[in-house]
Structures are given as C-alpha cells and as structure tokens.
Design a binder for this molecule. Structure first.
Ligand code: MN
Length: 344
C-alpha cells in the first residue's frame, strides 16, 4: 500500500440548501467496521440475511444504499429463497451469487435464472415489481448478495428496465481474479448500466495470493468478505511498504462491512487460504434519501404515494408466474419519514 494518499487535503462540501445540517467533510481513508444485523426474509422457516447497509451512522457507500448477504445455506435443510412479488422505486437491485440459483420474475415479463458469475440488474426507475425464489430444481447450496443502488434525482423516474449479464470482465493478477460486476476496475468495464460513478467487483483469492486493487481517490469504498479470510489494507504484499495503520492489516471474515473512506489510490489485499472479497465504491452520493420498505424516495410524500399505488395495484405492473400472493406493504410509521444523508 502506498503512503501517498495518507494525508489528502480535506475538502469541505457545501450544503446547497444553506440550512442545517452542517457541511460534510469529504471522507478520508478510514477503517470502520460496520456490523450488520440479521433480517428474516419473511415467511415460515425464512432464510435470514445479514444487512450491513444501511448501517447506523453510515447509510451509503457511493450510491450503494443497501447490502444483504446470505448463505452459504444448505438447501437440503432449508427451503431457500422465496420472496413474493413486491415493488421498488428509484433504485437498482443487483443480484450476485457465489453458489446456487435464483429465479427472477418481473412486471416487465422477464423471467431469468441467475447462476454464480452472472449479474441480474433490475432498474426500478418510476416503478417495477418482481419476485425472487430458489427454483424447484436447484443446487444443494445457496450463497449470494443482494445490493441496491440509489438512482440520482435526474434518473429516478426513468422507465423500469432489466438486464441479465451472463459474461462479465475478469482481471487477474497474483493469483487473484477480479470480476467487475458494475462500473470499471483496472481498465475492465462491466457492461451493466450505471447512473452514477460507482464500482462493484468480486475478488477471488487463491491460497497465498495477494494484489493491490487500483482505486479512485474521489470514490469512497467498502469491502465485504464473502468467504474465507482476507487481510485488507496491510503492508504492501508486493513491495512491503507500510499500509494504512503501520502496516497492520484488517483481518476480514464474512459478516461486517469494512468502510474504507475516500482518498485512496489502491488497496492491498491478500489471503493465505482461498477467499472471496466484494469491493463496493462510488462517488459520495450527496442527495438525501428517504428509504422505507422497498421504496427509495426524496420525501415522506414520495413514499406515501408509492405505498398507496402498490396497495391499489397501480403503477407497478403484475408479476406473472409466481405461485403465491404478492407482498402487501406494511403500515406507514406514525411519524413523518425524514430524508437522510449518506452518513446519518
Ligand atoms: Mn426486491
């Protein structure tokens, strides 16, 4: 790890509204371990997921506003995933698997199975609904992540779209294969459509492998171990230069999300045993959002309207082929939902 980016200029970002809260300081290189919480996906014997975004005090990483990891789940003992039709607004859902299969159906008429190494990307825009489930015939294990990307103001009401990418670019170095799921890394560009500058990459480590992931100082980043143990941000594995904290790496196992801040031009990562590490990053997302249930909006009224439309069967289409009822929206909370920034 280079020390060149250790003391970047702190840049104040002004609040365009001119009102409270105070301006945010652009994130610097940091190491914040964001512990997730367990969430049942719903239903009897439901699969649980570990949700690390949004997190207390750190709601977003770039435009990434939601991160669920699940498995590895033994489907000989667990029915797997069964998420009935439900709506989304103003976000993209990113489905990425390490093992197993997930069958996606949406209100545009798409029915698409994904397997490990493939990307299902649904752009909700003004509104879409979908179901996701373990197919009848499936592998014995299910393991994956679902991520959400917030759409910026100018694009949040676009027509809904769905993309399936069976092939994604892979860059390899030092026994580490990095699949670029979204955005660009090391010159490899994912074909997936993005609306703000961001990246998602999955690094697969062979035993005793090491690399330096090239980063953009204007992006903020976080990493999530998907399997195995990875040493992050330690002494440079290639030339031995000291890393971010006197050369001491953060040992990361599946569970928490390690937020790394901004101002970095690379990240040293290594593993002694086979491991997988997910890198999320992006330009800090300065718009304030209201996230409630499966909706992203800018105001309480946006959410109320989306909920009413879903309950009335308006604006989100119909998912064909799912064996069961759609999900009703929960009741609105008694308080007014307030837009929140990425850090609070
Ligand atoms: Mn969904």
């Amino acid at each position: 790890m280079s020390n060149l980016e250790r003391t970047p200029q702190k840049t104040e970002v002004s609040d365009p509204s001119g009102s409270s809260p105070p301006p945010l300081a652009l994130a610097e290189p940091v190491r914040e371990l964001l512990v997730g919480h367990e969430v049942a996906l719903g239903g009897a014997r439901a699969m649980t997921v570990t949700r690390t975004l949004p997190n207390r005090g750190r709601r977003m990483v770039g435009a990434w506003c939601f991160a669920d990891a699940y498995g590895p789940t033994d489907l000989r003992e667990n029915p797997g995933m069964r998420v009935p039709p439900h709506p989304h607004t103003a976000l993209q859902t990113v489905s990425w698997l390490l093992a197993g299969e997930v069958l996606h159906r949406d209100s545009l008429g798409n029915q698409q199975l994904i397997r490990p190494g493939q990307l299902n990307l649904m752009t909700a825009g003004r509104g879409i609904s979908h179901s996701e489930q373990t197919p009848l015939e499936h592998s014995p294990w299910l393991h994956g992540v679902q991520l959400w990307v917030a759409l910026p103001e100018d694009d949040r009401r676009i027509e809904p779209q769905f993309e399936h990418h069976a092939e994604l670019p892979v860059v390899s170095a030092g026994g580490v294969d990095v699949t670029v799921v979204m955005g660009e890394l090391a010159g490899a560009i994912s074909p997936a459509r993005t609306y703000t500058p961001l990246v998602c990459a999955d690094a697969t480590f062979a035993a005793n492998s090491a690399t330096r992931l090239p980063l953009r100082p204007d992006f903020e980043y976080a990493v999530l171990a998907l399997s195995g143990v990875v040493q992050v941000d330690g002494a440079d594995p290639v030339d031995g230069r000291n890393g971010g904290d006197g050369g001491t790496a953060v040992e990361l196992s599946p569970g928490p999300l390690l937020y790394l801040g901004a101002g970095r031009s690379e990240l040293a990562v290594e593993a002694t045993e086979p491991a997988r590490l997910l890198l999320l990053g992006g330009e800090p997302f300065e718009e304030r959002l209201v996230m409630w249930w499966n909706f992203v909006g800018r105001s309480h009224d946006d959410i109320v309207q989306a909920r009413e439309d879903w309950q009335a069967g308006v604006g989100f289409g119909t998912v064909q082929g799912f064996d069961g009822d759609r999900l009703p929206a929960p009741a609105m909370p008694g308080t007014t939902l307030r837009p929140r920034g990425r850090e609070r």
